[in-house]
Design a protein around this ligand. Structure first.
Ligand SMILES: Nc1nc2c(ncn2[C@@H]2O[C@H](COP(=O)(O)OP(=O)(O)O)[C@@H](O)[C@H]2O)c(=O)[nH]1
Ligand SMILES: [Mg+2]
Length: 227
């Protein structure tokens, strides 16, 4: 639903039909069924450009690569920068350049599956396209979804984007090492997120300093579900 507010404060609400998303949900369910049949887990990481998604994937790899055969799927409009960063860890990475599309979707991810030797994979980590709005409406068939925000996005990121926070039950607040210089109150952001979704688990992180990573890894790998 969209709200138009005119200069007298008069509000008009307009609802747009979203049935096309039902196809996406069905494709996502098929992906998850396929992954389950092979014993593979998949994590979908979302968040704006520059919040530290790739940095976090690198940290997850450090923690998980000894016990898991990992494939990373890097979604981005253009470039292979993120893929190259991941490959430095000796981990298989597939870059998906979406051109003008602001999110990955279940069909694209299935296309990647079709080109992998899935029998040699335990864990798929998806870095979704850097965007805070679109990816949440397009489930991929993952077992966990994680939203990465960062203190460099300013103090109002949650209250200005309630939709994604309402949908996602695990949020990492990255770059807490620079919170003082950004004059950001991480506890206020935490309260804002909780006011939108009281069930959300929130992990203050610094990928730069390694703070909070262990706790997040335990959370992500401790409770696989449908996401
Ligand atoms: N200070 C600080 N910088 C970080 C942290 N995590 C990532 N960065 C930096 O933020 C920038 C964007 O990170 P990147 O992982 O590429 O973000 P992505 O676009 O979400 O994948 C890079 O310059 C990182 O070095 C952190 O915890 N603290
Ligand atoms: Mg990235």
């Amino acid at each position: 639903m969209y709200k138009f507010i005119d200069n007298r404060g008069k509000i008009k609400e307009i609802t747009i039909a979203r049935d096309i998303l039902e196809d996406q949900r069905q494709l996502a369910e098929k992906n998850r069924t396929l992954l389950n049949s092979l014993g593979i887990k998949m994590i979908d990481i979302m968040g704006s450009v520059g919040t530290g998604k790739t940095s976090l994937v690198q940290k997850l790899i450090e923690h998980l690569k000894d016990n898991n055969r990992i494939v990373v799927l890097n979604g981005d409009l253009a470039t292979t920068i993120d893929q190259e960063r991941i490959m430095q860890y000796g981990v298989q990475a597939v870059q998906v350049n979406t051109g003008k599309e602001c999110h990955l979707d279940a069909a694209v991810v299935k296309g990647v599956f079709d080109n992998l030797e899935l029998k040699d994979v335990d864990l798929i980590i998806v870095e979704n396209v850097g965007n805070l709005i679109c990816p949440v409406d397009f489930p991929l068939g993952s077992h966990r979804r994680l939203l990465v925000i960062s203190v460099t996005e300013g103090p109002y990121v949650a209250v200005k984007h309630p939709h994604i926070f309402a949908e996602i039950d695990c949020v990492a607040i990255n770059k807490i090492d620079v919170a003082p210089v950004m004059e950001i109150d991480v506890e206020q952001i935490t309260r804002d997120i909780k006011s939108i979704n009281a069930n959300t688990t929130i992990y203050p992180l610094s990928c730069k300093e390694g703070t909070g990573i262990k706790e997040l890894v335990t959370e992500l790998t401790g409770g696989w579900g449908n996401a």
